[in-house]
Each structure stands twice: as structure tokens, then as C-alpha cells.
Design a binder for this molecule. Structure first.
Ligand code: PNS
Length: 162
């Protein structure tokens, strides 16, 4: 079975990596799909986000990293995926995810979204918070893969507080 894990990945975090590892234990193939046409402003350019995902998942098998625009369900159909996967960190994610999975189910006439509950160790990690903390000089080393950590502080041109 083939799974699709769509998202902004701005940037990929340890929470995403945890979900990805767990998906690959269940499904034979995984496409990580990075959204390119976004209304919300992104901090990291698309090709850099893809490169950071690739570097962060080095050595992992049966994963392809792609970019997509338009509807997730149309992309899922074009790739013949069996399920969409999303991570759920906390009850606060639920409303947004419920709505998204229901509209996707409706639009696709039956494509299921399967949720992976984030490891509690990562439940407070979200990309937007990571960027905020890093930009303000906090240290996010524990929360992101090493390539992302290096990229962020290079972009910010500041060393994190220790
Ligand atoms: O990582 P994110 O930002 O929570 O991911 C959100 C994403 C990319 C999965 C969502 O915005 C999405 O599917 N966008 C594509 C447009 C779409 O299909 N919209 C209808 C369903 S909400």
C-alpha cells in the first residue's frame, strides 16, 4: 500500500520525522508531498524545504519527496495512493484536521486519511514555533534534524543562545 504525507514542511521537524518513520513501518511506499502554492507565507523556499527533508531522511528507504500544487486529493489520485497520512499532536489540531479530512474524503469520493498520534515528546513542536524561537535567538537543536538546525542559524546569521 502506498501512503501520501502532505504538508508545508517549513521546515521539517523531529515530530515530522517521527511520523514518517512510523508510516514506513506500516506502508510499503511513502510519498512526502511538499505544497508549493501556498496562501500562507513560507519562510523557507520550496527547493530548500525539499533539500532539508532529503538530508534529514538520508538512508531511509521507500520514500520519495515530491512537490505539488492544487488539491491534495487530485495529487493523491494522480499518484495512485491508498491513504493520506497526517500527524495529530494535540486536541488543538483536531478541529482543523477533522475538517480537512472530511473535505478531502468528500472531494475524492472515499480516499481515507489516517492519523498518527505524535509521540508526546514532540507534541509541542510546530514549524512556526521553531522558526519564531530560532529567529529570536533560542536554541531549537532538540526539535529539528541537524541539517535544519544548521540551515536555520545560517539563514538567521546568528548563533543560538546556549
Ligand atoms: O503542514 P500543513 O501546513 O499543516 O499542511 C497543510 C496541507 C498542505 C496538507 C493543506 O493545506 C493542503 O492539503 N493544501 C492543498 C490544498 C487543498 O487540498 N485544500 C483542500 C483541503 S484543506
Amino acid at each position: 500500500m502506498k501512503a501520501l504525507y502532505p504538508g508545508s514542511f517549513d521546515p521539517i521537524t523531529n515530530g515530522h520525522v517521527d511520523v514518517i518513520k512510523r508510516i514506513t513501518r506500516i506502508y510499503d511506499d511513502l510519498i512526502i508531498a511538499v505544497l508549493s502554492n501556498q496562501d500562507k507565507t513560507v519562510y523557507i523556499p520550496l527547493q530548500d524545504r525539499v533539500k532539508l527533508i532529503r538530508q534529514s531522511l538520508k538512508g531511509m528507504k521507500n520514500i520519495s519527496i515530491e512537490t505539488f500544487s492544487g488539491l491534495t486529493v487530485d495529487y493523491a489520485k494522480s499518484k495512485n495512493v491508498d491513504v493520506i497520512i497526517r500527524g495529530l499532536r494535540a486536541p488543538s489540531d483536531f478541529e482543523y484536521e477533522l475538517e480537512m479530512s472530511q473535505i478531502n474524503y468528500f472531494l475524492s469520493k472515499g480516499l481515507e486519511t489516517i492519523f498518527i498520534m505524535t509521540n508526546p515528546k514532540f507534541s509541542f513542536i510546530r514549524s512556526s514555533r521553531i522558526k519564531e524561537v530560532a529567529i529570536l535567538g533560542g536554541n531549537v537543536k532538540e526539535f529539528v534534524p541537524l541539517p535544519v538546525y544548521k540551515y536555520l542559524y545560517q539563514k538567521i546569521r546568528k548563533r543560538p543562545n546556549m
